[in-house]
Ligand binder design. Structure first.
Ligand code: ARG
Length: 569
C-alpha cells in the first residue's frame, strides 16, 4: 500500500470539506508531505504553511481544521502542531501491509518492474591488455556489476560490456620485445607479469637504443595491416590477459555479455569519420582532424592524428553508435574513473553535434581514485596491491575465523570464499562512488562493524532463528509489532523499493550497501530486545513473519551489490 498516496487523498478530501472550492488536490498534497526526522512527530507531516497562500489562512488554522476532519483506520492519530499536520500510521496496519507485501513478492520484493521492454548497456571493468588486475580496477568492476544486477532486478534487459583496451602502439612494442627476448614457455607460465616485464625492458633499452622504437612501430603497423604473425602473437597476448582476468572475475562473480573492445571497432570508424566530415564538424589542425569544442569550453576532440591514426575518442564514437544499432539502448552507462570526465563530456558533445539524439541516454558513471597508504598506485614502483593477492588473503582470513568459531560448518571452502570476497566487495561499495578511496589492508579485511561479513552474518543468524522455529500456523497478531524496534525494521523494509530506485537513478550502489547495514543493525536490535519465540502464538507468528521479511530483504540487498547470502556461517 502506498501510505503517502492514501494520506494525501484523505487530506485532500478533508481540505475540500473545510475549505470548499479550495484549489488543492491529492497530487499537490502528496508532493508536500514530508517524512519527519523524528518518528515521534509522526510518519508523515504536512507543513501547512505551504497551503496558506491558496487557502488564505494561517498555517495553524489550517492544520487545526484538517486534524478535526481526518479519521481513518489507517491512522492511529492525526495531530496539529504549530502549523504542521502530523500523521501517525496505525502500527499494526503498517506492519501487516509491509510484511505481507514483502512475503508475497518474495525475492522480487523491492523491484518496481520499471525496466520492462527497455535495454541498458553498461560498460564496466574495461581492462587493458597486458596489465594485471589490481585494486584500482575494483571500483569500476564492482560498481558496474552492482548496477548490472540492479537494472536486471528492475526488469531491464541489460548488456554488460568489457570494452577491452586492446589497441595502441604499446602492443607493437610488446611484440618487438617478445621477438627479441621472449619465449613462449616463459609467457605461458608467467602470464601477464611476463608480458609486463618484456614491455618494461623494451622501454628501458629503447632509451639507450632508439632504433628499438622503430621496431615497435613496425610491429604495430603489422598488426594494423593484418600481418599473420603479428596478429597471432597479439591475440595470444589477449588470451593470456583474459585468462588471468577471468580467474579474478570468477572469484568476484562478475560476468560480461560482450568483450567487444577497442580493436573491434577497427573497421567501424570510417563511417563515423565520414559522417563527421559530411556534417561539417571536422576541421584540420596541424595535419590532424579535430572537432572544435571551444564554444562549449572544452579542448577539441581529436578524431584522426596527422599520420591518419585513430584515437580512443574515434573508437568510442564508433562504439556508441554500434551499441545503439545493435542493442537500441535507452541508457548506456560508462563506469569509468573521474580522470576521464573530460573525455566523456567531449564524447557526448560530439554525439549531440552529430544530431545523434539517442545518445542522450549516455551517462558517465564516474568514481574516485584509489590510492594505497596515501600514495598513488604505481606498478613500476611496486606500490600496488594485486586483486588476486587481496582476495586470497581475505578468503584465508575468513577461513581462519570459521575454523575457530564454527569448525563443524559444512562447505567451509565455499563459505570462506563468500565471506572473504564479500568483505572486499562491500568495502568497495560502501562509500559514495565519487569519494577517493585510500586502500588499507586493515579496512579491506575488516570483518566487524559496518562490513559485508557483519551483514552476511546477520542474515545467517536470521536463517538459523527461522530454522529453529519451524512452522507456526497461528494468525499473526500484528499489534505485537508496534514496539519501536519492530517498527524501525518495518520502516526500513518498507523503504527498500525506494532505496533500490534511488540507487539506480543515481547510479549509486552505496545506497543499497548502506541500506543492508542499517537493516542488519535494526534487526539485531529487534532480536536482542524482543522474544521471537513468544509463548503467545499470535505474537510469535507476527515476529516470525517479520524475521522472514527482514531475512529476505537482506538477502536481496546483498545479491544486488554482488554478495552471496549463505544460510549458515
Ligand atoms: N580501458 C580504459 C581505461 O583503462 C577504459 C575504457 C572505458 N570505456 C570506454 N568505452 N571508454 O582507461
Amino acid at each position: 500500500m502506498d501510505f503517502k498516496a492514501e494520506i494525501a487523498s484523505l487530506a485532500a478530501k478533508a481540505a475540500l470539506e473545510c475549505f470548499p472550492g479550495a484549489a488543492v488536490d491529492e497530487a499537490s498534497l502528496s508532493g508536500m508531505l514530508e517524512t519527519p526526522p523524528d518518528p515521534a512527530m509522526g510518519d508523515f507531516a504536512l507543513p501547512c504553511f505551504k497551503l496558506s497562500k491558496v487557502l488564505r489562512k494561517a498555517p495553524p488554522q489550517i492544520s487545526d481544521a484538517l486534524a478535526e476532519k481526518i479519521s481513518s483506520p489507517l491512522l492511529s492519530k492525526v495531530e496539529s502542531v504549530k502549523g504542521y499536520l502530523n500523521f501517525f500510521v496505525s502500527p499494526d496496519m503498517f506492519a501487516r501491509t509491509v510484511v505481507e507485501a514483502a512475503l508475497d513478492q518474495k525475492d522480487r520484493y523491492g523491484s518496481s518492474g520499471e525496466g520492462a521492454g527497455k535495454t541498458v548497456v553498461i560498460d564496466y571493468s574495461s581492462i587493458n591488455i597486458a596489465k594485471r588486475f589490481h585494486i584500482g580496477h575494483l571500483s569500476t568492476t564492482m560498481i558496474g556489476n552492482a548496477l548490472y544486477n540492479m537494472y536486471k532486478f528492475l526488469g531491464y534487459h541489460v548488456v554488460g560490456v568489457n570494452h577491452l583496451g586492446d589497441w595502441g602502439t604499446q602492443f607493437g612494442k610488446m611484440i618487438a620485445a617478445y621477438k627479441r627476448w621472449g619465449d613462449e614457455e616463459t609467457v605461458k607460465k608467467g602470464g601477464v607479469d611476463e608480458m609486463v616485464k618484456l614491455y618494461v625492458r623494451f622501454n628501458a633499452e629503447a632509451k639507450e637504443n632508439p632504433s628499438l622504437e622503430d621496431e615497435g612501430r613496425a610491429w604495430f603497423k603489422k598488426i594494423e595491416d593484418g600481418d599473420e604473425e603479428a596478429l597471432r602473437i597479439f591475440s595470444w597476448f589477449k588470451e593470456v590477459t583474459l585468462k588471468d582476468a577471468e580467474r579474478v572475475y570468477d572469484m568476484l562473480g562478475v560476468k560480461f555479455d560482450s568483450y567487444a573492445g577497442e580493436s573491434f571497432y577497427n573497421d567501424k570508424m570510417q563511417p563515423v569519420v565520414d559522417e563527421l566530415r559530411e556534417k561539417g564538424l571536422l576541421v584540420e589542425d596541424a595535419g590532424a582532424q579535430i572537432v572544435k569544442l571551444d564554444d562549449y569550453g572544452m579542448p577539441p576532440a581529436i578524431i584522426l592524428r596527422s599520420d591518419g591514426a585513430t584515437l580512443y575518442m574515434t573508437r568510442d564514437l564508433a562504439a556508441v553508435r554500434y551499441r545503439h544499432e545493435t542493442y537500441d539502448f535507452s541508457k548506456c552507462l560508462y563506469v569509468v574513473a573521474y580522470q576521464q570526465d573530460l573525455h566523456f563530456k567531449q564524447l557526448f558533445k560530439v554525439c549531440e553535434l552529430l544530431g545523434w539524439d539517442w545518445a542522450r541516454g549516455c551517462e558517465h558513471v564516474n568514481f574516485g581514485m584509489v590510492s594505497y597508504e596515501g600514495q598513488a598506485l604505481s606498478t613500476r614502483e611496486g606500490h600496488i596491491v594485486y586483486l588476486d593477492e587481496l582476495l586470497t588473503q581475505a578468503v584465508e582470513k575468513a577461513r581462519e575465523i570459521i575454523e575457530e568459531k564454527s569448525p563443524a560448518l559444512e562447505n567451509k571452502d565455499l563459505i570462506a570464499r563468500q565471506i572473504g570476497i564479500g568483505a572486499v566487495v562491500f568495502f568497495t561499495l560502501f562509500n559514495g562512488r565519487i569519494k577517493d578511496i585510500d586502500f588499507s589492508w586493515e579496512r579491506a579485511l575488516n570483518f566487524d562493524g559496518e562490513t559485508g561479513p557483519y551483514v552476511m552474518y546477520t542474515h545467517a543468524r536470521l536463517c538459523s532463528v527461522l530454522r529453529k522455529a519451524g512452522e507456526c500456523d497461528a494468525q499473526p497478531d500484528y499489534s505485537t509489532l508496534s514496539d519501536p524496534e519492530a517498527q524501525a525494521v518495518l520502516r526500513l523494509i518498507d523503504s527498500f523499493p525506494q532505496q533500490v530506485a534511488l540507487a539506480v537513478s543515481k547510479s549509486e550502489p552505496s545506497v543499497v550497501t548502506r541500506f543492508g547495514c542499517e537493516l542488519a543493525k535494526a534487526v539485531n536490535k529487534f532480536y536482542y530486545e524482543r522474544r521471537i519465540l513468544d509463548d503467545d502464538m499470535g505474537a510469535r507468528a507476527a515476529r516470525l513473519a517479520l524475521t522472514k521479511a527482514a531475512r529476505q530483504t537482506i538477502a536481496t540487498a546483498l545479491r544486488l551489490i554482488g554478495l552471496a547470502a549463505p544460510e549458515k556461517m
